[in-house]
Design a protein around this ligand. Structure first.
Ligand SMILES: Cc1cc2nc3c(=O)[nH]c(=O)nc-3n(C[C@H](O)[C@H](O)[C@H](O)COP(=O)(O)OP(=O)(O)OC[C@H]3O[C@@H](n4cnc5c(N)ncnc54)[C@H](O)[C@@H]3O)c2cc1C
Length: 68
């Protein structure tokens, strides 16, 4: 089985890992591994709202384990 390792679960890495997981991982055609320095993803365009205090960054985060 192929091993695919994606470093960085940002906008690009998270989408890639999700698509490859759906397309290949579910059919056992590849193992998809996502590595990130953080346990969760926060969509960066929301950072303005976090800085303004109008958004709770913890409530808006996506946990990588949950996505997996
Ligand atoms: C405030 C703000 C507003 C924005 N608004 C828009 C917008 O309106 N429209 C738009 O199209 N784009 C916008 N962008 C840009 C958009 O967010 C980026 O283009 C996009 O996030 C880049 O995606 P990426 O996957 O390359 O990197 P990122 O999303 O930055 O992800 C990088 C990931 O790599 C991880 N990482 C970094 N170093 C390591 C390491 N050494 N080891 C392990 N993991 C690591 C990080 O934790 C992170 O999860 C905005 C950006 C910001 C900051």
């Amino acid at each position: 089985m192929h091993e695919i390792v994606i470093v960085g679960g940002g906008a690009g890495g998270l989408e890639l890992a999700t698509r490859l997981g759906d397309r290949l991982g579910r059919k056992k055609r590849a193992n998809i591994t996502l590595i990130d320095a953080s346990p969760s993803h926060l969509w960066k365009p929301l950072l303005y709202e976090v800085a303004a205090g109008s958004l709770d960054s913890y409530a808006e985060r996506l946990e990588y384990l949950a996505q997996g």
